[in-house]
Ligand binder design. Sequence first.
Ligand code: BES
Ligand code: MG
Ligand code: ZN
Length: 476
Amino acid sequence: MKTKKIDNLDDFLGTVLIPVFETSIKNLKPIKFNDIEVSSKVFYGKKDSCYIVEKNDIIYIFIGLGKELDYKSLKTILRRISFKEKESFSSKVVLNIPNEFTDDQVEATVSGLLLGTYSLGHYKNQEEHPFLNLDFELRVLSKIDFSKTINKAIKIASAQLETLRLVDLPPNKVTPKYLTNWAVDRGAKHGFNVEILGIEESKIHGLGAFLAVGKGSDNEPQFIIMKYSPKEKVGAMKHVGLVGKGITFDTGGLNIKTAGMVHMKCDMAGGAAVFGAMRLIADLQLPIQVTAIVPCAENSVDSKSFLPSDVIKSYSGNSIEIIDTDAEGRLVLADGLSYLIKNYSPEYIVDIATLTGSSVGTFGYECGALFTNNESISKKIQQAGDAIGERLWPLPLWDVYKQDIESDIADVKNYSGKPVAGAISAAKFLEFFTQEHDAWVHLDIAGVAFGDDEFAKSKHATAYGVHLLTKFIENL
Ligand code: BES
Ligand code: MG
Ligand code: ZN
């Protein structure tokens, strides 16, 4: 989406979007814009309200914001207008920036408008959103020049749109190889290096936990490694490592799922968040070094599938007893984390995964579970999330929970076998592979990566994590 700053509406014909902060229904003064007056009896800027009026071939869409609003609400309001009122958009659209808008509010507004172009109908014959037309140019009417903020907003939403698509496309399309092709293509386009370990290379490297999960599928697992550093070198840079769960479909394996399997194309949403964040970080040319790993595999049922009670050898050299083949995410992440630490030793590590139903039971669909032994980083990532409406809340990593993953036959087991504290014991399992790294964070996003909202009838992707990871890295 292109944009252009304008200073007035002279000779303009088309659609004008006018965000309005709430006044009061009892206000005697009408809301005025151009030569339009709106009585407060019909519209006074109440949150989630909107008023559309046409005069002299200009369509005015007044958008109620409420009195005070956070980043996410503002973004959602504009996404809704862009998504639901697109029929009222002509080929020319003006966005009026209220004088009181801050940079963050401009960012949320523009990102929201671009996100509103997203539709789940990837396989439907349907018209494209007017904003996606190559000739389209959003005219921005404002006193101040917000072009830097607007460009950033477009980059954020563009990365989120890609993540939405990666998660929502079906698993017969988004296979591990598809994700490899995505990474190689986007790496070349946006500026990060990509290295792929297929099945043979993974065997040579000894990625045994990763390989075990993919054994039951015809779709070859792919261990995707991405490396970013800015084009212009800037002295000593911090080095962040990211690991995202890339299970393109989770049947549960031989411990086959008896509930909710239909949604399990979302099991690569952590990986998709890492992909989106890599694209965004490279687009923004952040002055930081990032190494990201997304171990991609399909957890399927077959005579070749790994078995409950198998003992496998992980990349770290530690043996793992498989109690449940549906606890597969922690296996691919274990090898991802070990490989990252051994070969790249980043200063900070964040892993992100749709890891447990237990985290959904704890926080529902509004908040991801946050695990770390580093309090200052815990605060930083939580603050990054609060600023943009991607909530996180900490759960403990106390050593009393370690007994849940102690095995009689192997160094560790992949499930306690008990229906309690599942998110915590999964985190303890991952911690086992982090070699006491002092700045490791684990995010369990099973509840927030995929859900219901007003933008479709069925559950779909949220792109949770793309902006969160980027903002966290930006603020380090
Ligand atoms: N992919 C699931 C977790 C999940 C649940 C993701 C709901 C998205 C929404 C994960 O691989 C899984 O199956 N976890 C099991 C682990 C159990 C067998 C130890 C779970 O949480 O039930
Ligand atoms: Mg599973
Ligand atoms: Zn899974």
